[in-house]
Design a protein around this ligand. Structure first.
Ligand SMILES: Cc1cc2nc3c(=O)[nH]c(=O)nc-3n(C[C@H](O)[C@H](O)[C@H](O)COP(=O)(O)OP(=O)(O)OC[C@H]3O[C@@H](n4cnc5c(N)ncnc54)[C@H](O)[C@@H]3O)c2cc1C
Length: 389
């Protein structure tokens, strides 16, 4: 079980203040203009200690546990979801776990200062949820590897200084094995940034096709052991998904708080819209669900740090539940604001478009349900109960 410490509450409040003052106004401007996430905000986030939340202090990060990261990212995400994507990423996990000291020193401190952007390149045209079926191949050639293949939907590929790339290194390996991780630097010959995919939201962090056309990299850019790529991701997914749950909570809360402030000011039929029973019950139902999603996400964060067999299921429950609540919360928040909520003068229409991603990215809700039901069946088969301990 958990109880937030005073430090965690202070960090949460600091993140909320930064979100209100700096992130939310920039989100309105940048996401509408279609510009990239601003480099100056990234630097500022680094200076204030909002980057590298999970990166050890020895490499310039904060070295926070997952619950502390979750409470900070809850607030950052509410203000601007795109900003939170830089604070704790899937790309850095394998570097922390499997990188050499040289690789860590070269990449991690610069990430924490907001000076280096990474991309995480796993998804392919034929390998989405079924990540084990990726076809990109890295062939050993003397002191180098030569990579060939195509990746889809790679966030920030166009500006990434370092790309963390998953490629098959053994065509005859069993399913899920024979896949390795490589660090590919920006500008490497044969690394081609292809088409940009136009999306419903999150335009500050655009997604791209990436083609590896005989892309030659030094063998020293292999991350960890050859063929062990997925092993380095296992516990990372639990941490990232638990935190993702908290990020959904942050967006839900931000949207409802925003709508409620509006409803307290808006007068119809001689009274504040917030005083109508139809609105009050709606608010009561939604904030109850948000709180339930928050508790589940915080608990999943604690379990993720335990790193035991329950971690994937707990994190899946958190992300699956919180992402559903987020769709409901942003939709109802717009409803409470009526026509004004639907205009681009307020952030809710953008948030409503953005939240659909939460049921898709970093594991679709269907794949998460598979993990949860696997946990349930295993618990019963072992003679226990299908509940988190
Ligand atoms: C905005 C955005 C950013 C992204 N950023 C990145 C990134 O930076 N790096 C990266 O590598 N990838 C990234 N992705 C890719 C993302 O991780 C994939 O879209 C996601 O994993 C789903 O894969 P897919 O799109 O190929 O869908 P598919 O796997 O084709 O799934 C289609 C549908 O079938 C369902 N489905 C699939 N298998 C099963 C099953 N066994 N049982 C039940 N239902 C199933 C899915 O849940 C889904 O509803 C991003 C995607 C988006 C939209």
């Amino acid at each position: 079980m958990y109880e937030l410490t005073e430090d965690q509450r202070d960090l949460k409040q600091a993140a909320r203040n930064f979100g209100r003052k700096v992130l939310a106004p920039r989100a309105m401007q940048i996401e509408q203009s279609g510009a990239d996430f601003p480099a100056d905000v990234l630097i500022q986030m680094g200076q204030l200690g909002f980057l590298g939340l999970d990166i050890p202090q020895a490499y310039g990060g904060q070295g926070f546990d997952t619950l502390t990261s979750a409470v900070i990212l809850e607030e950052i995400s509410g203000a601007w979801f795109s900003a939170a994507s830089y604070c704790m990423t899937l790309a850095t996990g394998p570097i922390i776990v499997a990188g050499t000291n040289e690789q860590k020193q070269r990449i991690l401190p610069a990430i924490c200062r907001g000076e280096l952007v990474t991309a995480f390149a796993l998804t392919e045209p034929a390998g989405g949820s079924d990540a084990a079926s990726i076809q990109t191949f890295a062939a050993r050639d003397g002191d180098d590897y030569v990579i060939n293949g195509t990746k889809f939907f790679i966030t920030n590929a166009h500006r990434a200084d370092v790309m963390v790339v998953f490629a098959r290194t053994d065509k005859s390996a069993m399913r899920g094995e024979g896949i390795s991780i490589f660090l590919v630097d920006k500008g490497t010959p044969g690394l081609v940034i292809g088409q940009r995919f136009r999306t419903m939201g999150h335009s500050a962090n655009p997604i791209w096709e990436v083609v590896f056309d005989n892309c030659r990299i030094p063998a020293a850019n292999l991350l960890g052991e050859e063929g062990a790529g997925f092993k380095y991701l296992q516990n990372d997914f639990a941490k990232i998904r638990a935190v993702y749950g908290a990020r959904c909570v942050g967006v839900s809360q931000w949207a409802m708080d925003y709508a409620l402030r509006y409803a307290q000011e808006r007068i119809q039929f001689g009274q504040a819209v917030s005083s109508f029973q139809g609105v009050r019950f709606k608010v009561a139902d939604i904030i109850t669900k948000i709180e339930a999603a928050r508790q589940l996400s915080y608990r999943a964060a604690v379990i993720a740090d335990r790193g035991d067999a329950q971690a994937p299921a707990a994190a899946s429950m958190a992300k699956h539940f919180a992402s559903d609540i987020c769709l409901e919360a942003t939709s109802e928040a717009i409803q409470i604001m009526g026509g004004h909520g639907y205009t681009v003068d307020h952030p809710l229409e953008r948030m409503f478009r953005e939240v659909k991603l939460f049921q898709i990215g970093d594991g679709t809700s269907e794949m998460l349900r598979i993990l949860i039901s696997r946990f349930a069946n295993r618990s019963i088969a072992d003679g226990g109960s299908a509940q988190l301990a």
